[in-house]
Design a protein around this ligand. Structure first.
Ligand SMILES: [Zn+2]
Length: 159
């Protein structure tokens, strides 16, 4: 009897041991994967979501339907964003309600890319990637200053 019990126990233990060892290695692997998926800084809130441009072609005109919404997402003056896009896309534009109308055909992707450049140059903190920034001036130079981490960078005036 004792022999049987020992045999049973040793089988049980070896099986159980394998299972638990397996569980642990899975757990470690999971943990490692989880760590790999964690954002670099745990304290940051959700990543800034780039607003998507909503484009409509109308004859020889191109309409950025959600222009005001895009400017709002960046917390920037509409006039500034308009100036930037006008310059980047080489097209005059007029604001009409929520929309910005370019007086020529512009591919939607070009407008989307220009909006991304605006965000990179004038909105997003180069250090922490947050959009909580404002303009300031330092020794006569215009800078973009981050309210979240304090980083800053010089910015070009939009002419
Ligand atoms: Zn920052």
């Amino acid at each position: 009897m004792v022999g049987h019990l020992n045999a049973f126990l040793s089988v049980f233990l070896s099986v159980y041991g394998q299972i638990s060892a397996m569980d642990f290695s899975n757990y470690d692997a999971l943990l490692e994967r989880a760590h790999g998926q964690l954002p670099e800084r745990i304290n940051t809130t959700a990543r800034f979501e780039m607003p998507q441009v909503d484009i409509l072609m109308e004859g020889n005109k191109t309409i950025l339907k959600n222009f005001v919404q895009v400017a709002k997402a960046f917390s920037r003056e509409e006039g500034q964003l308009q100036k930037f896009l006008t310059k980047e896309l080489g097209s005059y534009s007029t604001v009409s309600g929520e929309r910005l109308i370019f007086n020529k055909k512009v591919y939607g992707k070009k407008i989307g890319d220009a909006v991304k450049r605006f965000a990179a140059d004038y909105v997003i903190c180069p250090q922490c990637g947050k959009p909580d920034t404002h303009y300031a001036s330092m020794e006569g130079i215009k800078i973009l200053k981050c309210e979240a981490c304090g980083a800053w960078k010089p910015i070009k005036a939009i002419v």
